[in-house]
Design a protein around this ligand. Structure first.
Ligand code: PGA
Length: 245
């Protein structure tokens, strides 16, 4: 595992953005696994700046996102499709028909999950998967559980995740209670993993996930078994992990 520490959130985003940019330069038709949340914003800002400067070409890139709220359409400003469009896809020359997010409007969970597994298989595997980490160690919406999930699944969000995400909604009742998420098995099959974390409130979970026991109760801990993991954080998020590794 490689660990890079940026001085602050913006620096973290520049480092992570540079790593993704390197992937796009080295393999212009790569498959990017993308993530939502507040952590990736500075990473996406770096990618948009590089595109605007003429340093990056996304025209042959395919992307697959980790998750989507069940019940939200891509037009809903809280959906992850909307997030991706407004924070990245609308600002770069990616072919939107090659950007994939689980279909939040499919009410049949089994069908939605099967379809998304087929999408991920059809793009031929993820070259680099960007991940955030939840306060409880979740990756995508894979919450602490007695076992590691395999493929795409429909999950009930935990109260801790609802609490963390309610800041984006008008009221807590508006936060969807379920989401479709890529499974841990699929995430682990990405060739490279790039996990980003910012802020003091992530310091404990970063230490637990990367220097603690591997357990499905801390889903991100499984990444210790992945052969090519890069962690990029700001000083605050890495403060405890760096004392242990
Ligand atoms: P955040 O979410 O980037 O908004 O902190 C991370 C996550 O829950 O995966």
């Amino acid at each position: 595992m490689k660990i890079y520490c940026g001085d602050n959130y913006e620096a973290m985003g520049r480092i992570a953005g540079n790593i993704i940019a390197a992937q796009v330069i080295l393999k212009p038709d790569c498959v990017l696994g993308l993530a939502t949340g507040s952590t990736p914003l500075s990473t996406y800002k770096t990618l948009v700046e590089k595109y605007e400067n003429g340093d990056l070409d996304f025209s042959k890139v395919t992307s697959v996102n980790l998750d989507e709220y069940k019940g939200l359409s891509g037009d809903n400003d809280q959906s992850y499709r909307y997030f991706m469009n407004t924070n990245l896809f609308n600002h770069i020359n990616i072919d939107k028909s090659r950007t994939f997010v689980p279909n939040g409007l499919e009410p049949d969970s089994e069908k939605a999950c099967k379809e998304y597994d087929a999408v991920v298989a059809s793009v031929g595997g993820v070259d680099i998967q960007l991940l955030g980490i939840g306060h409880n160690g979740h990756i995508a919406f894979n919450e602490p559980a007695p076992f590691f999930s395999k493929g795409t699944q429909c999950v009930d969000l935990t109260q801790s995740t609802i609490d963390a995400n309610k800041r984006f909604f008008e009221k807590e009742e508006d936060v969807p209670r379920q989401a479709y998420t890529m499974g841990i098995g699929t995430i682990m099959s990405a060739k490279k993993i790039l996990l980003i974390a910012a802020g003091e409130e992530k310091a404990d979970i970063m230490a637990k996930a990367f220097a603690g026991p591997i357990t499905p109760e801390v889903p991100a801990s499984v990444l210790q078994l992945h052969p090519d993991v890069t962690v990029v954080g700001d000083k605050a998020a890495l403060s405890k992990l760096l004392e242990l590794v």
